[in-house]
Design a protein around this ligand. Sequence first.
Ligand code: PEP
Ligand code: MG
Length: 321
Amino acid sequence: RREREDALRDEPAITTDGHRVAVVANIGGVADAREAMTKGAEGVGLLRSEFLFMERTTAPTEAEQAAVYADCARALTPGQPLVIRTLDVGGDKPLTYLPIPAEENPFLGIRGVRVGLEQPAVLRTQIRAILAAADAGAHLQVMFPMIATMADWRRAKAIFDEERDASGVGTPVSVGIMMEVPSVAVMARQFAAEDGCDFFSVGTNDLTSYTLAMDRGHPKLAAQVDPCNPAVLTLIGQAAEALHERGKWLGICGGVASDRQAVPILVGLGVDELSCSIPAIPSVKAMVRRYSLDTCRELAARAVACSTPEEVRALVPDDEA
Ligand code: PEP
Ligand code: MG
Protein backbone atom coordinates (compact mmCIF):
# COMPACT_ATOMS: atom_id res chain seq x y z
CA ARG A 1 0.00 0.00 0.00
CA ARG A 2 2.76 2.44 0.98
CA GLU A 3 4.43 2.12 -2.42
CA ARG A 4 1.21 2.82 -4.28
CA GLU A 5 0.47 5.83 -2.07
CA ASP A 6 3.99 7.16 -2.48
CA ALA A 7 3.77 6.94 -6.25
CA LEU A 8 0.76 9.26 -6.19
CA ARG A 9 1.90 11.59 -3.43
CA ASP A 10 2.37 14.58 -5.72
CA GLU A 11 -1.06 14.20 -7.29
CA PRO A 12 -4.00 16.16 -5.87
CA ALA A 13 -6.51 14.49 -3.53
CA ILE A 14 -9.74 14.26 -5.51
CA THR A 15 -12.74 12.08 -4.64
CA THR A 16 -14.02 9.57 -7.20
CA ASP A 17 -16.65 12.15 -8.22
CA GLY A 18 -14.27 15.07 -8.66
CA HIS A 19 -14.32 16.93 -5.32
CA ARG A 20 -10.87 18.25 -4.43
CA VAL A 21 -9.61 18.44 -0.86
CA ALA A 22 -6.44 20.38 -0.08
CA VAL A 23 -3.87 18.30 1.80
CA VAL A 24 -1.25 20.41 3.52
CA ALA A 25 1.26 19.97 6.35
CA ASN A 26 1.66 20.86 10.00
CA ILE A 27 5.22 22.05 10.50
CA GLY A 28 7.45 23.31 13.29
CA GLY A 29 10.27 24.91 11.33
CA VAL A 30 12.13 25.36 8.06
CA ALA A 31 13.42 21.78 7.81
CA ASP A 32 9.85 20.53 8.13
CA ALA A 33 8.73 22.86 5.34
CA ARG A 34 11.30 21.30 3.01
CA GLU A 35 10.41 17.78 4.06
CA ALA A 36 6.70 18.44 3.59
CA MET A 37 7.36 19.28 -0.05
CA THR A 38 9.00 15.90 -0.61
CA LYS A 39 5.89 14.14 0.75
CA GLY A 40 3.42 15.89 -1.54
CA ALA A 41 2.11 18.67 0.72
CA GLU A 42 0.17 21.36 -1.13
CA GLY A 43 1.32 23.98 1.33
CA VAL A 44 1.33 24.44 5.09
CA GLY A 45 -1.87 24.58 7.13
CA LEU A 46 -0.17 25.18 10.46
CA LEU A 47 3.25 26.55 11.26
CA ARG A 48 3.54 26.25 15.02
CA SER A 49 5.64 29.37 15.62
CA GLU A 50 6.45 28.40 19.23
CA PHE A 51 9.76 26.81 18.18
CA LEU A 52 11.13 30.31 17.61
CA PHE A 53 10.33 31.34 21.15
CA MET A 54 11.18 28.34 23.31
CA GLU A 55 14.46 27.58 25.04
CA ARG A 56 15.90 31.07 24.97
CA THR A 57 16.22 33.98 27.35
CA THR A 58 15.03 36.82 25.10
CA ALA A 59 12.26 37.06 22.55
CA PRO A 60 13.29 36.57 18.91
CA THR A 61 13.65 39.90 17.12
CA GLU A 62 11.48 40.97 14.23
CA ALA A 63 14.35 40.46 11.78
CA GLU A 64 15.13 37.02 13.15
CA GLN A 65 11.51 35.93 12.85
CA ALA A 66 11.07 37.48 9.40
CA ALA A 67 14.09 35.54 8.11
CA VAL A 68 12.63 32.24 9.34
CA TYR A 69 9.14 32.93 7.95
CA ALA A 70 10.66 33.91 4.60
CA ASP A 71 12.78 30.72 4.57
CA CYS A 72 9.65 28.65 5.21
CA ALA A 73 7.83 30.52 2.43
CA ARG A 74 10.68 29.97 -0.02
CA ALA A 75 10.72 26.25 0.80
CA LEU A 76 7.18 25.93 -0.62
CA THR A 77 6.11 25.86 -4.24
CA PRO A 78 5.39 29.51 -5.17
CA GLY A 79 1.80 30.50 -4.42
CA GLN A 80 1.12 27.68 -1.98
CA PRO A 81 -0.49 28.66 1.32
CA LEU A 82 1.63 29.10 4.45
CA VAL A 83 -0.54 29.49 7.54
CA ILE A 84 1.51 30.96 10.37
CA ARG A 85 -0.08 30.60 13.77
CA THR A 86 0.84 33.39 16.15
CA LEU A 87 2.59 32.41 19.37
CA ASP A 88 0.56 29.80 21.26
CA VAL A 89 1.96 29.54 24.77
CA GLY A 90 0.35 29.94 28.15
CA GLY A 91 0.69 29.59 31.87
CA ASP A 92 1.68 25.95 31.52
CA LYS A 93 4.65 26.78 29.22
CA PRO A 94 6.33 29.78 30.84
CA LEU A 95 8.85 31.86 28.88
CA THR A 96 11.27 33.73 31.11
CA TYR A 97 11.07 36.91 29.02
CA LEU A 98 7.28 36.80 28.84
CA PRO A 99 6.01 36.77 32.40
CA ILE A 100 2.59 35.16 32.77
CA PRO A 101 1.57 34.94 36.42
CA ALA A 102 1.08 31.41 37.77
CA GLU A 103 -2.53 30.37 37.44
CA GLU A 104 -4.79 27.87 39.20
CA ASN A 105 -6.04 26.66 35.86
CA PRO A 106 -3.65 27.46 33.02
CA PHE A 107 -5.74 25.76 30.33
CA LEU A 108 -8.57 28.15 31.18
CA GLY A 109 -6.23 31.07 31.71
CA ILE A 110 -3.96 33.35 29.74
CA ARG A 111 -2.96 31.17 26.80
CA GLY A 112 -2.89 31.47 23.02
CA VAL A 113 -4.00 34.81 21.65
CA ARG A 114 -4.82 35.96 25.18
CA VAL A 115 -1.08 36.28 25.82
CA GLY A 116 -0.71 38.50 22.77
CA LEU A 117 -3.67 40.64 23.76
CA GLU A 118 -2.30 41.05 27.31
CA GLN A 119 1.19 41.86 26.05
CA PRO A 120 0.63 43.26 22.57
CA ALA A 121 4.28 44.14 21.92
CA VAL A 122 5.07 40.45 21.30
CA LEU A 123 2.10 40.00 18.97
CA ARG A 124 2.86 43.22 17.10
CA THR A 125 6.47 42.23 16.53
CA GLN A 126 5.39 38.85 15.22
CA ILE A 127 2.82 40.35 12.86
CA ARG A 128 5.40 42.80 11.48
CA ALA A 129 7.78 39.89 10.91
CA ILE A 130 5.11 37.93 9.05
CA LEU A 131 4.26 40.96 6.90
CA ALA A 132 7.95 41.37 6.11
CA ALA A 133 7.93 37.87 4.60
CA ALA A 134 4.82 38.52 2.49
CA ASP A 135 6.78 38.67 -0.75
CA ALA A 136 8.86 35.54 -0.24
CA GLY A 137 6.69 33.48 -2.60
CA ALA A 138 4.08 31.63 -0.54
CA HIS A 139 0.59 32.95 0.16
CA LEU A 140 1.01 34.01 3.77
CA GLN A 141 -1.90 33.62 6.13
CA VAL A 142 -1.95 34.61 9.79
CA MET A 143 -3.98 32.52 12.23
CA PHE A 144 -4.81 33.43 15.83
CA PRO A 145 -4.95 30.53 18.35
CA MET A 146 -7.47 30.18 21.19
CA ILE A 147 -9.92 32.81 19.97
CA ALA A 148 -12.95 32.38 22.27
CA THR A 149 -15.01 35.55 21.91
CA MET A 150 -15.85 38.05 19.22
CA ALA A 151 -13.97 40.64 21.29
CA ASP A 152 -10.79 38.49 21.10
CA TRP A 153 -11.05 38.30 17.32
CA ARG A 154 -11.79 41.98 16.83
CA ARG A 155 -8.92 43.06 19.06
CA ALA A 156 -6.47 40.72 17.33
CA LYS A 157 -7.68 41.78 13.89
CA ALA A 158 -7.41 45.48 14.79
CA ILE A 159 -3.78 44.92 15.80
CA PHE A 160 -3.12 43.13 12.53
CA ASP A 161 -4.76 45.93 10.50
CA GLU A 162 -2.77 48.64 12.29
CA GLU A 163 0.51 46.85 11.65
CA ARG A 164 -0.37 46.09 8.03
CA ASP A 165 -1.34 49.70 7.34
CA ALA A 166 1.82 50.99 9.01
CA SER A 167 3.99 48.49 7.09
CA GLY A 168 2.88 49.57 3.65
CA VAL A 169 2.95 45.91 2.54
CA GLY A 170 0.61 45.62 -0.44
CA THR A 171 0.76 41.85 -0.96
CA PRO A 172 -2.43 40.34 0.42
CA VAL A 173 -1.96 38.41 3.67
CA SER A 174 -5.06 36.47 4.76
CA VAL A 175 -6.21 36.40 8.37
CA GLY A 176 -8.05 33.55 10.05
CA ILE A 177 -9.23 32.03 13.27
CA MET A 178 -8.20 28.81 14.87
CA MET A 179 -11.40 27.06 15.90
CA GLU A 180 -10.40 25.26 19.08
CA VAL A 181 -12.76 26.69 21.67
CA PRO A 182 -16.35 25.41 21.32
CA SER A 183 -17.80 28.94 21.42
CA VAL A 184 -16.26 29.73 18.03
CA ALA A 185 -17.69 26.58 16.43
CA VAL A 186 -21.12 27.28 17.94
CA MET A 187 -21.02 30.90 16.71
CA ALA A 188 -19.43 30.07 13.34
CA ARG A 189 -22.20 31.99 11.58
CA GLN A 190 -21.38 35.22 13.40
CA PHE A 191 -17.62 34.79 13.02
CA ALA A 192 -18.02 34.01 9.31
CA ALA A 193 -19.89 37.29 8.87
CA GLU A 194 -16.90 39.29 10.13
CA ASP A 195 -15.26 41.35 7.43
CA GLY A 196 -11.64 40.47 6.91
CA CYS A 197 -11.92 37.04 8.48
CA ASP A 198 -10.81 34.88 5.59
CA PHE A 199 -10.66 31.34 6.92
CA PHE A 200 -10.97 28.98 9.88
CA SER A 201 -8.97 25.94 10.92
CA VAL A 202 -10.15 23.52 13.57
CA GLY A 203 -7.65 22.62 16.26
CA THR A 204 -9.32 19.35 17.15
CA ASN A 205 -6.80 18.58 19.91
CA ASP A 206 -7.96 21.49 22.02
CA LEU A 207 -11.51 21.55 20.66
CA THR A 208 -12.01 17.96 21.84
CA SER A 209 -10.45 18.72 25.18
CA TYR A 210 -12.63 21.77 25.79
CA THR A 211 -15.79 20.10 24.48
CA LEU A 212 -15.38 17.14 26.84
CA ALA A 213 -13.79 19.16 29.68
CA MET A 214 -10.92 16.65 29.77
CA ASP A 215 -7.22 17.50 29.74
CA ARG A 216 -5.73 15.90 26.63
CA GLY A 217 -2.55 15.14 28.60
CA HIS A 218 -4.27 13.61 31.64
CA PRO A 219 -3.00 10.06 32.19
CA LYS A 220 -6.44 8.68 33.04
CA LEU A 221 -8.52 10.74 30.61
CA ALA A 222 -6.40 11.18 27.48
CA ALA A 223 -7.71 7.96 25.88
CA GLN A 224 -11.24 9.35 25.98
CA VAL A 225 -10.24 12.64 24.38
CA ASP A 226 -11.20 11.31 20.97
CA PRO A 227 -11.92 13.83 18.20
CA CYS A 228 -14.27 11.26 16.68
CA ASN A 229 -16.63 11.91 19.56
CA PRO A 230 -19.93 12.73 17.84
CA ALA A 231 -20.17 15.98 19.81
CA VAL A 232 -16.95 17.22 18.20
CA LEU A 233 -17.95 16.04 14.72
CA THR A 234 -21.31 17.78 15.10
CA LEU A 235 -19.56 21.06 15.94
CA ILE A 236 -17.30 20.70 12.90
CA GLY A 237 -20.19 19.88 10.54
CA GLN A 238 -22.35 22.76 11.73
CA ALA A 239 -19.44 25.16 11.50
CA ALA A 240 -18.57 24.06 7.95
CA GLU A 241 -22.13 24.66 6.83
CA ALA A 242 -22.25 28.14 8.36
CA LEU A 243 -18.88 29.13 6.88
CA HIS A 244 -19.73 27.88 3.39
CA GLU A 245 -22.85 30.06 3.36
CA ARG A 246 -20.43 32.98 3.58
CA GLY A 247 -17.93 31.52 1.13
CA LYS A 248 -15.29 30.96 3.81
CA TRP A 249 -13.23 27.80 4.01
CA LEU A 250 -12.66 25.42 6.89
CA GLY A 251 -9.52 23.41 7.51
CA ILE A 252 -8.58 20.91 10.18
CA CYS A 253 -5.10 21.17 11.68
CA GLY A 254 -5.59 18.99 14.76
CA GLY A 255 -4.33 15.41 14.89
CA VAL A 256 -7.54 13.92 13.51
CA ALA A 257 -6.65 15.26 10.04
CA SER A 258 -3.90 12.60 9.95
CA ASP A 259 -6.25 9.81 11.05
CA ARG A 260 -7.07 7.72 7.97
CA GLN A 261 -10.33 6.46 9.41
CA ALA A 262 -11.59 9.96 10.06
CA VAL A 263 -10.73 11.34 6.61
CA PRO A 264 -13.91 10.39 4.69
CA ILE A 265 -16.07 11.59 7.58
CA LEU A 266 -14.29 14.95 7.75
CA VAL A 267 -14.63 15.38 3.99
CA GLY A 268 -18.33 14.56 4.26
CA LEU A 269 -18.75 17.14 7.03
CA GLY A 270 -17.57 19.75 4.53
CA VAL A 271 -13.95 20.22 5.54
CA ASP A 272 -12.02 21.89 2.70
CA GLU A 273 -8.46 21.32 3.85
CA LEU A 274 -6.68 18.67 5.89
CA SER A 275 -3.44 19.77 7.52
CA CYS A 276 -1.56 16.62 8.51
CA SER A 277 1.62 15.43 10.09
CA ILE A 278 4.21 15.15 7.30
CA PRO A 279 4.44 11.33 7.13
CA ALA A 280 0.64 11.01 6.91
CA ILE A 281 0.25 13.12 3.75
CA PRO A 282 0.42 10.37 1.08
CA SER A 283 -2.03 8.09 2.90
CA VAL A 284 -4.48 10.92 3.69
CA LYS A 285 -4.50 11.81 -0.01
CA ALA A 286 -5.07 8.14 -0.86
CA MET A 287 -8.02 7.97 1.55
CA VAL A 288 -9.68 10.98 -0.13
CA ARG A 289 -9.29 9.32 -3.55
CA ARG A 290 -10.97 6.14 -2.39
CA TYR A 291 -14.43 7.66 -1.72
CA SER A 292 -17.08 9.68 -3.53
CA LEU A 293 -18.26 12.92 -1.94
CA ASP A 294 -21.74 11.36 -1.75
CA THR A 295 -20.42 8.43 0.27
CA CYS A 296 -18.45 10.81 2.49
CA ARG A 297 -21.61 12.80 3.16
CA GLU A 298 -23.52 9.65 3.99
CA LEU A 299 -20.77 8.57 6.39
CA ALA A 300 -20.75 12.03 7.99
CA ALA A 301 -24.53 11.97 8.47
CA ARG A 302 -24.25 8.57 10.14
CA ALA A 303 -21.28 9.69 12.25
CA VAL A 304 -23.08 12.66 13.79
CA ALA A 305 -26.01 10.35 14.62
CA CYS A 306 -23.70 7.93 16.50
CA SER A 307 -23.58 7.83 20.28
CA THR A 308 -19.90 7.01 20.86
CA PRO A 309 -16.53 7.47 19.14
CA GLU A 310 -16.31 3.67 18.84
CA GLU A 311 -19.51 3.62 16.78
CA VAL A 312 -18.10 6.36 14.57
CA ARG A 313 -14.87 4.47 13.96
CA ALA A 314 -16.80 1.31 13.11
CA LEU A 315 -18.27 3.17 10.10
CA VAL A 316 -14.95 3.26 8.25
CA PRO A 317 -13.00 0.04 7.73
CA ASP A 318 -9.48 0.23 9.10
CA ASP A 319 -7.27 -1.61 6.64
CA GLU A 320 -4.00 -0.22 7.93
CA ALA A 321 -2.37 -3.70 7.91
C1 PEP B 1 -5.03 21.79 18.24
O1 PEP B 1 -5.34 22.24 19.35
O2 PEP B 1 -5.66 20.92 17.64
C2 PEP B 1 -3.83 22.30 17.55
C3 PEP B 1 -3.57 21.99 16.29
O3 PEP B 1 -2.99 23.07 18.27
P1 PEP B 1 -1.95 22.50 19.32
O4 PEP B 1 -1.98 21.01 19.21
O5 PEP B 1 -0.64 23.12 18.92
O6 PEP B 1 -2.52 23.03 20.60
MG1 MG C 1 -4.39 24.01 20.18
